[in-house]
Design a protein around this ligand. Sequence first.
Ligand code: URA
Ligand code: ZN
Length: 365
Amino acid sequence: MSLSKSPLVDIHTHVYPPSYITLLKSRTSIPYIRTFPPSTSHRLVILPAEDTESTSRGRPVGPEYYSIDEKIKFMDVHGIDISVISLANPWLDWVDPADAAEAARSINDEVDAECAKFPGRLFAFGTLPLSGGAEVIGEEIKRLKGLKYMRGIILGTTGLGKGLDDPELLPIFQALQDAKLPIFLHPHYGLPSSVWGERANDYGHVLPLALGFPLETTIAVTRMILAGVFEKVPELQMILAHSGGTLPFLAGRIESCIEHDAHLKAEGKLGKGRKTVWDVLKTNIYLDAVVYSEVGLRAAIQASGEDRIMFGTDNPFFPPLGEEGGKWASVETNYQAIAGALGDGSESAEGALGGNAVRVLNLEV
Ligand code: URA
Ligand code: ZN
């Protein structure tokens, strides 16, 4: 890869701050961290599909998950100038409603303080106390706006429990739009385990991560489009993980199904003023470049535009298996896809590698 003139920015990179790790260690149901004797190493179990007796049970969890110094080391190894860190899934979705406000405040303050240790190198997406109800969420949005390094929020697909097409979320989307805080939409729940069949335990994490995650994102955003969220909150900005799941590839089919739906027509939902899937992709949506191939990235670029693509790594997930140190293949694959799709050293590749993120997320201190 040639040297980039804009800073190299990673907008998809996670941490579990130390206090979150402590919380996970105190739990016995998903999400949790525990040892499985006779092994003494800690395992992180966060996905419903990985809490099985098979070898795929959870994943090893070490300092790369919680240490900010490890994050900086990872950035240095990969030439990353700036990271916009986010709490990893499943965020605070599972927190008791009575504890949600305090949990969000302390995690967001902790993450902001970690960013302050490396001024100019770290920014963050905050976490909302979703189980705490609309008022508590609104208060945290106001507070996040005042935290120095916060540049948006990370959100899963469940919202208040009924998905992102829930009308009760509209005031929250409105508050995020007004605060100019983009939503980084990230999957966690995948698809029901039944779709993976009886031999799913033989296949490790592949099916839920490769297919469950992207389809979850695609379904969540399609439901928002169908509910008219982007007409009701027209300047809502969303950054979709994993290049939008399969949304760029399926946009034409989704749009055609909408245009040919007699029920939507009878309800008067196909008339003037409707934003098409393509309109939404080009005005409300940014896509990360965490798709691991030129083919997928080209679809993302065509769907949303080259000025709406942002490099990411998904660190600390997808480390090389069995090698210590050095560059990660998962990261290099995403660099190469950008160079291949946009031209090594080109202005648009520079944008995807950092310029777009600096502009959209205002990454100057
Ligand atoms: N696995 C996860 O659970 N989360 C990620 O972000 C990536 C892989
Ligand atoms: Zn991720």
